[in-house]
Structure formats: C-alpha cells, structure tokens
Design a protein around this ligand. Structure first.
Ligand code: PGA
Length: 240
C-alpha cells in the first residue's frame, strides 16, 4: 500500500453548490493520506464531513483586532490539523514576509497544527540553475531562529512557481534530486529529517508516475483538487 499523501489546496475556487457536490463524493473518506484545505468560508461545511482538514493560511495571534484573519485557536475549533504557510501566491500577492512566516509557523506549532511551509523558484531562477541556492535561502530565512523542536514539526512543500497552474512540471529526475537536496539541507543545517511534498500542476494524468518518486512524501494539489472525481482517482493512486 502506498503511503504518500495528497493535500488539496482549493485556493479561492468553488461555490457552495460545488462544495456540496464535492462532499457528496469524497466526504466519507477519513484518511491521513487525504487532507482538504478549503476556502476558509467552507471550513465549517467540510468539518461536518469525515475529511481531515487544513487551512490555506493562518494568522499568528490567538485573537485581536486583525480584520479578515483567522487564528490557530479558532481553527482548532474545527479540528484543523494542518496549515499552508508561505504559499507563493501569498508571498507575492499579499507580500507576506519571512518574519510573518516564522511567526505563523510558531503559532501553528503552539496549537498542534502542522505547518506546510512552501518554497520554490521562479522560471528565471530555474533557467539560471539557481534552484538549489534559492531553496536553501528560503529555508534558512525562515527556519533560522526557530527551535529545533519546532522545525521537526514542519512539512515542506516544494512548489516551483513556474509549475503552479501552468501544466508544466520539472522532470521526475529534477523533482527527485531537488526533494533530496531539500531533505539533505535541512538535515545538515538543523539536524532534522523533514517530509517534503511536491506541488505544481499535479493532476490525474501525471500522478501515477510522480507517485513512483520514492523520496517525495506526497503532493500539494491546486486546480485538480477542486474536481472531486479527479481528486478521488488521484487518492486511489497514492493509496494503492
Ligand atoms: P496547481 O497548484 O496544482 O493548480 O498547479 C498547486 C499549488 O499552488 O499549491
């Protein structure tokens, strides 16, 4: 039986009707190998299903005057177990800083929520063969200053920015080598053995072969995770 996991990053997709349809098809699955990160407004709906849940984003204070934000304390009321931290869309569109990401990771861990920390290079950096250098920098910028205990609770999602929502993905060898590099770096710098997911244009067509890459611990799936039948097929691949 496969042990890789799928994390569904549903972004700002889906209407209430589509969420109902999604839950009809997948709502009875309760498995560590399938985690749904819905748009926040649907978390309550999803919490009535059996699915394991994550947040797409989380704030770093428990409560207070932070308009529009959701705290780990509030997320815990809905049995949230994971939170995506530092997705490239939030870094780039909402200007999330390394300092914020560090605080978000600490807040998650304080509430027993596993942070899924996202890193990834741009197309230009990829073409200039700077991927490893960039990823190392992104890891150090946020992990430095965190307690080793906290680092040991983090999962990393490697998401090349140029692969997100584009249909283009690195070769399997590149994904394998980069994932191994990330694991080695975290081990060398912080003495922690870390789980690494791959994300960026994973779909029902390529998941079968991506699933063969040993060193990858799972997938962060965006667009394809909003189509329940496609996601079900992908889930069947990783558990088979
Ligand atoms: P995608 O998104 O699967 O639509 O490429 C992945 C992500 O942004 O997490």
């Amino acid at each position: 039986m496969g042990n890789k996991r799928i994390f569904a990053n549903q972004k700002m997709y889906m209407t209430k009707k589509e969420v109902d349809e999604f839950i009809k098809i997948l709502g009875s699955i309760h498995s560590e190998q399938l985690v749904i990160c819905p748009t926040a407004i649907y978390v309550e709906k999803f919490s009535q299903s059996k699915l394991i849940l994550g947040m797409q984003n989380i704030f770093y204070e428990d409560s207070g005057a932070y308009t529009g934000e959701i705290s780990p304390l509030q997320a815990k009321d809905y049995h949230i177990q994971y939170a995506i931290v530092g997705h490239s869309e939030r870094r780039n569109i909402l200007n999330e800083s390394n300092d914020m990401l560090k605080k978000k990771i600490q807040a998650c861990i304080a509430h027993n929520i596993t942070p899924i920390f996202c890193i990834g290079e741009t197309k230009e950096q990829y073409e200039m063969h700077k991927t490893n250098e960039i990823l190392k920098r992104q890891i150090i910028d946020v992990f430095q200053g965190l307690k080793i205990h906290d680092i040991s609770k983090i999962m990393i999602a490697y998401e090349p920015i140029w692969a997100i929502g584009t249909g283009f993905i690195p070769t399997e060898k590149e994904i394998k080598d980069t994932t191994q590099y990330i694991k080695n770096i975290v081990w060398q710098l912080f003495d922690v053995s870390i789980s690494v997911l791959y994300g960026g244009s994973v779909n029902e067509k390529n998941v079968q072969s991506l699933n063969q890459i040993d060193v990858v611990d799972g997938f962060l799936v965006g667009g394809a995770s909003t189509k329940p039948k496609e996601l079900l097929k992908m889930y069947e691949v990783v558990v088979s």
